[in-house]
Design a protein. Structure first.
Length: 384
């Protein structure tokens, strides 16, 4: 049965005022009159219809962490869907190898391409392996279980659950020559949690690294005589993640990255605290678990170190518009570019034949509706 959304609909060619039709989880038609001036889409007379958000860095949400297993991951997927994220990557923490194996074995049935999607939840696209292949000097909130990567170990983990993205520090012995082999095996390698130099960052890109994990955070900073890993990202990256909570990265630094990196896409780096009230939560599982506290919009360890975020991507949209992006450009940074990065042609854009993944917003950019593959999901408007 054909269903319809009406309002200002964002297409790859800009907004049209009209109707989006969908059936069987796919967009079947978009009809409307082109909008001459994007500023008019917030006139209040019509809803705003955007592609569903795509988050490639999610640890948790709704009080749960993906490392806790399948039931927890399902709860995470439901909470983020209610905030407009329609597909995402389950992101691991650094942990002892046996705990990573157990976590991926539990997540595998949920995140494989053929896995059924639970009602009311976002679609899992696979795994983002954020560690354990990090520099021990740039762990951030990651626990101290960093180790050197090998192709055999990565492939063994991939057999448990499909890994789409791998974060590693290229300056760690043996990692730079491994990047090309990982790329050739189909993984997107991201530089992150790195104390490497500018030159080592450039070498990683030349070896086949595809992007940077949460640019600015947990990497050697930019200095005029030592540009560091941040300098390599700003000068050379085509793609990188940005945590768009305006706490983890200052608005001014976010604007620098938005101007410098063509394919900069925004992620939440969400912890269990996302979509929840202030209080104590956990990050990771077992020996690798960290106790974190959410307060005043940030998530921190006991020593004050930032530990992921409490961000949901509906708030990220409002944050991007707050710092000066138009609605269409903010949407591109929250959906289209992430889909392009993963090579997904049927997500991140509202076109005929694409998945019916949509968010419906009012003039204040607050959620009024969510579609995940054509299924209506009730949006959440508060953290409770």
């Amino acid at each position: 049965m054909v269903a319809r959304l009406q309002g200002h609909v964002l297409t790859p060619d800009g907004f049209v005022t009209g109707t989006l039709e969908h059936e069987g989880g796919r967009i079947t038609a978009i009809r409307g009159t082109p909008v001459a001036d994007e500023r008019t889409v917030r006139d209040g007379a019509h809803s705003i219809v955007l592609p569903g958000f795509i988050d490639l860095h999610v640890h948790g949400g709704g009080g749960h962490d993906v490392m806790d297993g399948a039931e927890a991951a399902q709860a995470v997927a439901r909470r983020h869907a209610a905030h407009g994220t329609t597909s995402m990557l389950a992101t691991t923490m650094t942990a002892p190898l046996e705990e990573l194996r157990a976590a991926l074995a539990a997540l595998g049935p949920l995140v494989r391409d053929e896995a059924p999607r639970a009602p009311g939840s976002a679609r899992w696209l696979g795994i983002h392996l954020e560690g354990p292949y990090l520099n021990p000097k740039r762990l951030g909130a990651q626990p101290a279980f960093a180790r050197r990567a090998t192709l055999a170990e990565v492939l063994a983990l991939h057999a448990l659950a499909p890994i789409r993205v791998i974060t590693l520090a290229p300056e760690v012995e043996g990692h730079l020559p491994l990047i090309g082999a990982l790329r050739d095996a189909g993984f997107r390698v991201q530089v992150g949690h790195s104390n490497g130099s500018y030159e080592e960052g450039v070498a990683a890109l030349e070896a086949g690294a595809a992007g940077f994990t949460h640019v600015f955070n947990a990497m050697s900073p930019l200095h005029q005589r030592s540009p560091g890993m941040v300098g390599a990202a700003l000068a050379h990256a085509q793609y990188a993640e940005l945590i768009a909570d305006l706490v983890t990265v200052h608005a001014g630094a976010a604007r620098v990255a938005l101007r410098a990196i063509p394919g900069l896409y925004c992620v939440s780096d969400a912890t269990a605290a996302a979509g929840m009230p202030d209080g104590d939560y956990h990050l990771g599982h077992g020996a690798g678990a960290q106790r974190v506290r959410k307060c005043l919009g940030a998530v921190r360890l006991a020593d004050g170190t930032l530990a992921g975020s409490a961000l949901t991507l509906d708030q990220a949209l409002r944050n991007l518009v707050q710092i000066g992006l138009g609605v269409a450009e903010a949407s591109r940074r929250l959906a289209t570019l992430a889909a392009q990065y993963l090579g997904l042609a049927d997500r991140g854009r509202l076109v005929v034949g694409a998945r019916a993944d949509c968010v419906v917003l009012d003039r204040d950019l607050c959620l009024r509706g969510v579609l995940v593959e054509g299924e209506r999901v009730e949006p959440r408007t508060s953290e409770a």
